[in-house]
Design a protein around this ligand. Structure first.
Ligand code: NDP
Length: 336
């Protein structure tokens, strides 16, 4: 039987409370302690989420009897915390993006490998039943040769999350928040390296954002495949979607760029349009946490490992640079 992991939560965050801690507990894991930068917030969080201990010290956190850490702090804090966890020999489930630069992300990936600990990046979408089904259809040749992919991932940022994401801190903005998720889907779906990225962004919301809150990104992949994304914090009524266009058909993932196990997969080809059944409707975070726990026990690999997380960041990082400079950014040098 799989070992029930003892976890330390680094970051007293919304995503830990709402999605990942429940998934950890459903997998039979235990949250031993939470680490927060604020004593008051950490204590209130530990009580609200029934976590036995809270600390403001990373060293103290890593001295607890824990097997793994889940890092869900602000994006610019991930690297130092992940490096410390790896050095302490703890397996690392790390929130996306791995880091705010590819160089830092490479250091995290290499440090975890050198320490012999599992590193997984918590991109929830690639493991979803809908996305697995779409990749399966593409690989089976259902739409022939893939020509282009289009993602619409425009949502309304919930009021409770309108803090650091809209600020000027490194890692803020919709590109590091949502485009990086799109890239985690696109990279394995296309199966070719991302080569160049261009992007435009805007500040559209009813708030005074320092970072971009909407962006449209175009990515050139190997094999002459093009992808485009529309990402926003500002669209309250827009349904998300993923379209894969091939020379023999189209796959539409309707409502699939979400945190819940919902959405439809629709295939259109010479035979007409039909819905493809998706049998795996497990919670997306259960899938990611379950694979992580098995990998920590030496069975299998995470859904999104460190290299995958780095490749997703490379696309987002290039998109951000493209938006900021108005240039098309070649990607191959970013992940070295
Ligand atoms: P939050 O804003 O909820 O938390 C981020 C940090 O902000 C916390 O670690 C905490 O710092 C601080 N904080 C939050 N609330 C308070 C408060 N009331 N008082 C004081 N400090 C507070 O961020 P999210 O949960 O939205 O995101 C955290 C990470 O998870 C990010 O890296 C993000 O990219 C990722 N994420 C991933 C998702 C996914 O589906 N994979 C979805 C959403 C986010 P401290 O730890 O010091 O207490």
């Amino acid at each position: 039987m799989l070992k029930r992991l003892r976890w330390g939560l680094i970051g007293a965050s919304d995503i830990a409370a709402t999605r990942v801690l429940p998934a950890i507990r459903r997998a039979g894991g235990t949250a031993v302690a939470v680490q927060s930068g604020s004593n008051e917030h950490g204590r209130a969080y530990s009580i609200a989420n029934e976590i036995p201990a809270s600390t403001t010290s990373l060293d103290r956190m890593l001295s607890y009897d824990i097997d793994a850490v889940y890092i869900s702090s602000r994006n610019d804090q991930h690297v130092s915390q992940a490096l410390a966890a790896a050095a302490a020999g703890k397996h690392v489930l790390l929130e996306k993006p791995v880091a705010v630069t590819c160089g830092q992300a490479r250091a995290v990936v290499d440090a975890c490998a050198a320490a012999g600990v599992v590193l997984a990046v918590n991109h929830h979408l690639p493991g979803a039943g809908t996305h697995s089904k779409i990749r399966e259809l593409v690989r089976s040749g259902a739409i022939g040769r893939v020509l282009s992919v289009s993602i619409r991932h425009a949502v309304m940022l919930p009021e409770r999350l309108r803090g650091w994401r809209l600020s000027g801190v490194p890692g803020a903005g919709v590109i590091m928040d949502i485009t990086v998720h799109d890239a985690s889907v696109l990279n394995p779906l296309v199966g070719q390296p991302a080569q160049a990225v261009t992007a435009l962004g805007a500040r559209q919301g009813p708030w005074s954002a320092e970072a971009e809150d909407a962006a449209m990104v175009v990515i050139a992949y190997g094999g002459d495949i093009l992808a485009q994304t529309h990402d926003a914090f500002t669209s309250a009524f827009t349904e998300t979607r993923l379209e894969v266009h091939g020379d023999e058909g189209v796959i539409l993932g309707k409502g699939v760029m979400t945190q819940d196990p919902v959405g439809q997969v629709i295939l259109t080809d010479q035979r007409g349009e039909r819905e493809i059944s998706v049998s795996d409707r497990r919670d997306l975070y259960d899938i990611a946490v379950g694979a992580f726990a098995r990998a920590a026990a030496g069975e299998g690999t995470p859904v999104v490992d460190g290299e995958d997380g780095l490749a997703a960041l490379a696309v987002a990082d290039a998109a951000l640079t493209a938006f900021q400079t108005g240039r098309t950014i070649e990607i191959d040098t970013l992940t070295q």
